[in-house]
Ligand binder design. Structure first.
Ligand code: ZN
Length: 446
């Protein structure tokens, strides 16, 4: 911790004290690559909350290492935001571990190396990478290197991380920023920070710009992104000043909105199709989303598998059912168990969750076909359990000897049930869970 404090003290230093050893000479994509390699070498999982999708994760980081923007395509429901957050975390960690300085007050947090190279070495190429505000403050009104202050860069939301939720109403100014002419008239200084209001591109400079549902942005807003993506610069609305910018770009689109992405922007991105995760990974996602919801009930593993399997099976037969449907159905099932005062989720709760979620996805037109589909195509829990736990048939045969399920439970020896218990994974070997499977097998739900 003491080294943190020392670092803090040196967060603002004059340009004259930034020597070659302290100055960062890496482009943004190289900073990303450096941190990623170091995380991977240390055995760190850089996508801790995303199950499956291994080839997608690999390709996503490969594309970003080249400095190109990525368009994630697909109806995968969960994971898109997690993927972009993970990219941000990698980059944020780079700035925690490596010192990168910007000119104090720079609206795009440009790397100080450009101003340093221009002032020290008269490097004319470096001049193009200095923003108009810094040119004005530090070059045109020449100040000596002792009085030019530089500031260490850290990333946070709004400063090196910006997100845009695609919708029709987003004005291009939100993306490009805005030059306020009336404030210029009042204040008189064209470089005053109150005159120039940064947009999403300026906010993401030095970090990540994430656009969720790119196809839902109107045409003007999509075109506003192009200059930034192609030329690594942007021009705020009402202004002729061009600002240099360096950011990693990650956008997403659902299949149904993909056609609304304009060719000009599509051509500048590398598309990456994300398929739905497999059954096992979707079960893990659903489990993770159930945790921390406070239901405090046991959700038997095979019921969860049945639930996810059913959602995947019935998807697209009348309505689209993505991973979010699995998550919601499982939570409704848990809520149903809570209402019934059960400590273990029963099959009837699962059925309740599935019916509620699936019919809830239907609209007025598809509702009746959807309920017909459920009556006709809903899979059999008996077949599912028999397939996973073959000995359930023998155990259930004992139960048939009694008038009803409850009196059977009172009379059947625990030895009768134990073969079934042994077939279950370790965490599930509880009488209460075995009974809920038997119940599902023997009885029907209303
Ligand atoms: Zn600047």
């Amino acid at each position: 911790m003491s080294s943190m404090v020392r670092e803090k003290q040196s967060d603002i230093i004059p340009l004259s004290r930034l020597d070659v050893g302290l100055i960062c000479n890496k482009a943004l994509s190289v900073r990303f690559m450096t941190q990623l390699k170091s995380d991977l070498d240390a055995g760190k999982d850089v996508f801790p909350s995303i199950f499956g999708l291994d080839h997608v994760k690999r390709r996503l980081v490969e594309i970003l290492m080249t400095g190109h923007g990525v368009l994630l395509k697909g109806d995968f429901g969960v994971g898109k935001t997690h993927l972009s957050n993970a990219i941000f975390t990698i980059l944020r960690d780079y700035y925690q571990h490596n010192r990168v300085f910007t000119n104090k007050g720079c609206p795009v947090r440009e790397n100080t190396i450009h101003l340093y190279n221009y002032l020290n070495n008269n490097d004319v190429i470096a001049y193009d990478n200095i923003c108009p505000v810094c040119r004005h403050k530090y070059i045109e009104e020449f100040t000596d290197m002792d009085s030019i202050m530089t500031e260490r860069v850290y990333l946070s939301e709004g400063s090196g991380f910006a997100r845009v939720q695609g919708n029709e109403d987003i004005e291009p100014e939100r993306i490009l920023g805005m030059y306020h002419l009336h404030r210029y008239a009042e204040i008189g200084d064209p470089f005053d920070p109150r005159v120039l209001e940064p947009g999403k591109i300026a906010q993401s400079s030095g970090g990540v710009l994430f656009v969720d549902e790119l196809g839902l942005l109107n045409k003007e807003a999509q075109y506003a992104l192009i200059q930034g993506l192609q030329e690594k610069q942007f021009t705020p609305a009402n202004s002729r000043m061009t600002f240099p910018v360096d950011f990693l770009f990650v956008a997403t689109t659902n299949n149904i909105n993909e056609y609304q992405i304009h060719t000009a922007i599509n051509n500048r991105l590398v598309g990456l199709r994300v398929d739905r995760v497999g059954l096992d990974d979707e079960v893990r996602i659903v489990k993770k989303e159930l945790e921390g919801k406070g239901f405090n009930v046991d959700f038997p593993e095979l019921f969860l598998e049945f639930l996810v399997d059913t959602i995947q099976l019935l998807s697209d037969s009348t309505v689209y059912l993505g991973p979010r449907s699995s998550i919601r159905a499982s939570q409704i099932a848990a809520a149903s168990a809570v209402l019934e005062g059960r400590s273990v989720v029963s099959y009837c709760d699962v059925k309740e969750g599935l019916h509620t979620e699936i019919t809830g996805q239907a609209d007025e037109e598809t509702f009746s076909t959807c309920t017909e589909m459920l009556a006709k195509d809903f899979p059999s829990i008996r077949d599912f359990l028999l397939n996973r736990l073959p000995s359930i048939e023998n155990v259930a045969a004992y139960f048939d000897l009694f008038d009803d399920f409850d009196s059977a439970l009172e009379n059947v020896d625990s030895e009768v049930i134990s073969p079934l218990e042994e077939m279950l994974p370790e965490g599930e070997r509880k009488r209460s869970i075995v009974i809920s499977y038997l119940d599902a097998y023997v009885r029907t739900c209303p």
